[in-house]
Design a protein around this ligand. Structure first.
Ligand code: HEC
Length: 384
């Protein structure tokens, strides 16, 4: 069984290396966007709308829906800024980068010119705010409230993405756990999610068991999304079914009902804290006791190249859980680093290690990695 388990790790490594390689290869091929001659001389008090009408409307259309090919003279489809899902999904930094540096900085078409020399930072900010106003339904939470994903502390923002997380224990009984998570946003504020665990565990020096663990279904809704105070709150519930083979240690063999809530708050321009708490109610408390958990993640995003380039997010999580009826306080600390692999920022890699801080007897550090694909934003094999 060991070779099978190792194979999955090797495949993961090759995949990561391949994606990263394709991206750096692509970076070298990007044509630089010519400095635009489109920016008109603007009066000093020009607001976002004025700037848009004078510099952007030729291509993006006076209403922001995009001009037809017959007007722009190229066949790249223009975004519809009045479409709320399109309008709200990107955080400020992405559009700010595209307007400063042109389409290619975020893997978009080179027909989108760079305005960094023609417009001031404040003018670019005011035009982004004007673009935001073209979505007239405030129920859509802004992408700025979509803070980076930690390993255990779940997000309050509704997402459409797939995540493959691998955890490897190398000390104590060896194990490799893979979680395949599929998240699907429903309308403005809701999301459903399916988690499929595939586990490999060493039971004897030469024997491994492997198999499907306990599959989880979850539903959540973001009840508060406040951009002004950079705050988002969500709540929901999950059920975990005993689909695993608990007799050999894969899965727990019980059904677990889990109400949970999470919030996140931006700190300054690039920092954040996320908190996620819940209760796990087991269908068979003799085998698995009920428990309460509280998780938090602190982090800071740093983007290379004056804020326009690759994003790095170091984070630290503190995880606490306690079984009902006097169980001990179980605490783990999880330092980690997330990095964007593509210019579109839609494929992300994270690596970390979970270290037991209490109850260390029989608990071992676990190496963690995830590979995240935000499929709303772009294809998996779209290299930009
Ligand atoms: C010469 C035509 C042209 C002009 C002028 C132009 N754009 Fe664009 N813009 C494009 C094209 C084409 C795209 C889409 C590229 C793609 O999808 O690959 C784009 C994309 C964008 C995006 C990214 C949208 C997304 O979905 O992520 C933003 C933001 C944007 N433009 C803002 C502006 C602003 C603001 C101005 C004026 C200051 C402007 N554009 C002027 C052609 C133009």
């Amino acid at each position: 069984m060991v070779p099978r388990a190792l194979t999955s790790v090797v495949v993961a490594a090759i995949l990561y290396a391949g994606v990263a390689g394709a991206i750096s290869l692509h970076a070298a091929q990007d044509a630089t966007t010519p400095a635009t001659s489109l920016a008109n001389a603007l009066p000093p008090d020009a607001d976002g709308e004025y700037i848009f009408k004078n510099n952007c409307a030729t291509c993006h259309g006076p209403d922001g829906k995009g001009s037809p090919q017959s007007v722009v003279g190229f066949d790249v489809p223009l975004p519809d800024f009045t479409d709320c899902p399109t309008n709200t999904v990107e955080p400020f930094g992405d559009w700010n980068s595209v307007i400063h540096r042109g389409g290619p900085i975020r893997g978009l078409d080179h027909h989108m010119p760079a305005f960094g020399d023609a417009l001031s930072d404040a003018q670019i900010e005011s035009v982004v705010k004007y673009l935001w106003s073209l979505c007239d339904n405030p129920a859509w939470p802004r992408g700025d409230l979509n803070f980076p994903r930690a390993f255990f502390t779940e997000k309050a923002f509704p997402e459409s993405e797939s995540v493959w997380t691998t955890g490897i224990s190398t000390s104590g009984p060896k194990s490799i756990g893979n979680d395949l998570v599929y998240e699907h946003r429903i309308k403005q504020r809701s999301q459903y999610e399916i988690t499929i665990p595939i586990e490999f565990q060493q039971t004897t020096p030469s024997g491994w068991v492997k198999g499907l663990g306990d599959v989880e279904f979850a539903l959540r809704r973001s009840f508060i999304a406040n951009l002004e105070h950079s705050f988002i709150f969500a709540a929901g519930g999950a059920v975990t079914l005993p689909t695993g083979k608990d007799e050999v240690g894969v899965g727990e063999g019980v059904t677990v009902w889990e109400p949970f809530a999470m919030f996140a708050k931006g700190i300054g321009a690039n920092g954040f804290v996320q908190v996620h708490g819940g209760y796990m109610a087991s269908s068979n408390r003799t085998n698995v006791e009920n428990s309460t958990y509280l998780r938090q993640a602190w982090g800071y995003t740093y983007a290379q190249d004056h804020g326009f380039g690759r994003a790095w997010t170091p984070m630290a999580e503190v995880l606490w859980s306690k079984e009902s009826h006097g169980g001990p306080n179980v605490v783990d600390v999880v330092p980690q680093m997330q990095v964007s692999l593509t210019k579109l920022q839609h494929i992300l890699l994270s690596v970390g290690v979970s270290v037991p801080a209490t109850e260390r007897e029989g608990r071992h550090p676990q190496f963690l990695t995830y590979f995240l694909w935000d499929w709303f934003d772009g294809g998996l094999f779209q290299r930009k």
